[in-house]
Ligand binder design. Sequence first.
Ligand SMILES: Cc1cc2nc3c(=O)[nH]c(=O)nc-3n(C[C@H](O)[C@H](O)[C@H](O)COP(=O)(O)OP(=O)(O)OC[C@H]3O[C@@H](n4cnc5c(N)ncnc54)[C@H](O)[C@@H]3O)c2cc1C
Length: 330
Amino acid sequence: MARPPLFRRATVTRIVKETADARTFVLAPDDGPLPYRAGQFATFRVRVNGKDLLRSYSMSSAPETDDELMTTVKRVPGGAVSNWLHDNVAEGDELEMTLPTGRFCLRPAEVPLLGFCGGSGITPVLSLVKSALATTDRRVRLLCADRDKASMIFDRALSDLVERHPDRLTVVRHLDDRGGFLDADGVRAFVGADTDGDAYVCGPEPFMALVESALPGPGQVFGERFGGGPPKRAAVTVPAEGTVTIHLGGKTATVPKRENETLLESARRAGLYPPFNCEAGNCATCMGRLTEGKVTMRVNDALTDDEVEEGYVLTCQSVPETPSVTVVYE
Ligand SMILES: Cc1cc2nc3c(=O)[nH]c(=O)nc-3n(C[C@H](O)[C@H](O)[C@H](O)COP(=O)(O)OP(=O)(O)OC[C@H]3O[C@@H](n4cnc5c(N)ncnc54)[C@H](O)[C@@H]3O)c2cc1C
């Protein structure tokens, strides 16, 4: 099935200043509403100092509760795109974005939803919370860690949701300026008796590592990593001989296969410049479609099962399993 163009244009209809360094961009896609699920992200292409840069940003809106599509961006000190978006984008401007995608989504379940958010990690979790409150009877409990009170994104929105759902939603705040970082005891104390809950974790890498290692289980854990996560490598056996063929932007290149080399690495070795961003399997910027052969994806935290079924792969994580592999960057 032909996939629609990767990037589409969307007008920024409103910009909401959430905190000193976080803004919500309200987006009206030119082609009409985009299908998405709560918790998903889109990849944006912006031109900064003459270079096209790609970065992913999660939706803070939820399709079941918001008429508008929204993403919330926090400035990263020294960061190229987050600062560019804050400093250059005005209401009425257009941005280029992909269709939302990602696996940080609700599963059909009745167990409590436990959200663990560090800083801007609240963005996809707010989307999940709104969706869960609107479409299920699940209890929802959030543990939000921030540097200080002034850094709390969506404080008002969360208080409003608590007021509307006092029996189902609770928000616990952890502020670093009142006694240091969250620790494992804090995580376990928050989980309490809800050990069977689905944990949704999003925040800076040290925060995610702490929460993931402290969770007592047996509940399921879902993580959304904003940067390169810890490498999760599956053992891959590769035939010694073979080729990798890459189609990108009207060019075709074929290189001999190298053991344990990803399709993205093969493409670069072939002299091509495919799009990429996190190189950790989190963002889908490097996705391509396999037209020949099979690969193993070391990590897939971005493509949906339907996309995988259609042959899409994260080229930064795909290692060939068959002698010949052909991938098309669409
Ligand atoms: C699936 C996903 C969803 C995401 N959702 C969100 C979201 O909802 N909201 C949000 O705010 N972010 C989100 N992110 C993170 C976002 O994509 C960007 O990574 C983030 O905004 C930083 O991008 P940047 O261009 O501003 O920084 P970059 O330019 O990528 O820089 C990042 C850091 O590296 C440092 N750096 C850059 N170049 C160098 C160098 N040459 N030497 C040393 N240090 C350097 C910078 O100082 C900065 O600290 C998400 C990421 C993913 C993968």
